[in-house]
Design a protein around this ligand. Structure first.
Ligand SMILES: Nc1nc2c(ncn2[C@@H]2O[C@H](COP(=O)(O)OP(=O)(O)OP(=O)(O)O)[C@@H](O)[C@H]2O)c(=O)[nH]1
Ligand SMILES: [Mg+2]
Length: 313
């Protein structure tokens, strides 16, 4: 079997992750206790990709859940599918990262990371032939973002030949009023470019616009889990238009970084200003790379047409 190991971190990651498992359980006919109650052979055919089989024929999600504060996971545990997860796979701290990427990546998160890696290792060792990992997280906060990318880099170190895929939620000032989110997101993109094979980008700004314009919800809020349900279908594909989103975040980053606004939050955790400069130019490179592809397409189409004409002749 080609197993996938799912990891969810931080508030956003745990909320969209919880929704993910509700949907996967429904598709596979798994009830809230992990028992199969479906009606089609097909539902069980590749069940091992996402589930471990426990005693008594119960199916347990191959999921690791982490956060630097207990709140989100407490509410997840008391929710509908809360009992289906393996209790040992909840790893959490008490402090929180307070929207500070440096706390998630270098201080608070670094303290908890080994406990998370222990669980990851245990799950990985139980696999017959692990395909890879999928990580759900937001890039705007401190935990999913900073600690999430720390975990991704540790996993890459330990499992360099396995796939790493992420579901990453990009911040928007329309949805959240935490000003440092562009910092956290840019520092994360810097990491994801290095250590992830594939990123499914979920843009909270696009999500907000859909809720506001199309669904006529006047106050879209992350607390409404239906919004999250929707997210499954609202990610932007990997086309050159995605650069608009990177450009937006990058402009917000630069506007603050120029004035060194709030930088002491990060340097106070031991970060160097240099890492900000590097992340900024990394993001700019990403935008220009997409721009290059956009400019190049037109030329290539032209060449293709010429070739065709030549063939016909
Ligand atoms: N789409 C969506 N976005 C969310 C949700 N919860 C939080 N966010 C976004 O995630 C960002 C904040 O990150 P969180 O996930 O709350 O932070 P965290 O990872 O728990 O980190 P700290 O709380 O700072 O330790 C903001 O951009 C929010 O708009 C959610 O359920 N759905
Ligand atoms: Mg949090």
């Amino acid at each position: 079997m080609r197993e996938i190991l799912h990891i969810q971190g931080g508030q956003c990651g745990n909320q969209i992750g919880a929704k993910f498992w509700e949907v996967v359980c429904a598709e596979h006919g798994i009830d809230v206790t992990g028992k199969y109650t479906g009606d089609s052979e097909l539902q069980l055919e590749r069940i091992n990709v996402y589930y471990n089989e426990a005693s008594g024929g119960r199916f347990v999600p191959r999921a690791v859940l982490m956060d630097l504060e207990p709140g989100t996971m407490d509410s997840l545990r008391s929710g509908a599918y809360g009992q289906i997860f393996r209790p040992d796979n909840f790893v959490f701290g008490q402090s929180g990262a307070g929207n500070n990427w440096a706390k998630g990546h270098y201080t608070e998160g670094a303290e908890l990371i080994d406990s998370v890696l222990d669980v990851v290792r245990k799950e990985a060792e139980n696999c017959d032939c692990l395909q890879g990992f999928q990580v759900c997280h937001s890039l705007g906060g401190g935990t999913g973002s900073g600690m999430g990318t720390l975990l991704i880099s540790k996993i890459r170190e330990e499992y360099p030949d396995r796939m790493m895929m992420t579901f990453s939620v990009f911040p928007s000032p329309k949805v959240s009023d935490t000003v440092v989110e562009p910092y956290n997101a840019t520092l994360s993109v810097h990491q994801l470019v290095e250590n992830a094979d594939e990123c499914m980008v979920l843009d909270n700004e696009a999500l907000y616009d859909i809720c506001f314009r199309t669904l006529k919800l006047t106050t879209p809020s992350c607390k409404f889990s239906n919004d999250n349900f929707l997210m499954a279908s609202t990610f932007i594909g990997n086309s050159t238009s995605i650069q608009e989103m990177f450009r937006r975040v990058s402009e917000q980053f630069t506007a603050m970084f120029r004035r060194k606004a709030f930088l002491h939050w990060y340097t106070g955790e031991g970060m160097d200003e240099m890492e900000f400069t590097e992340a900024e130019s990394n993001m700019n490179d990403l935008v220009s790379e997409y721009q290059q592809y956009q400019d190049a397409t037109a030329d290539e189409e032209g060449e293709y047409e010429e070739e065709e004409e030549y063939d016909e002749a």
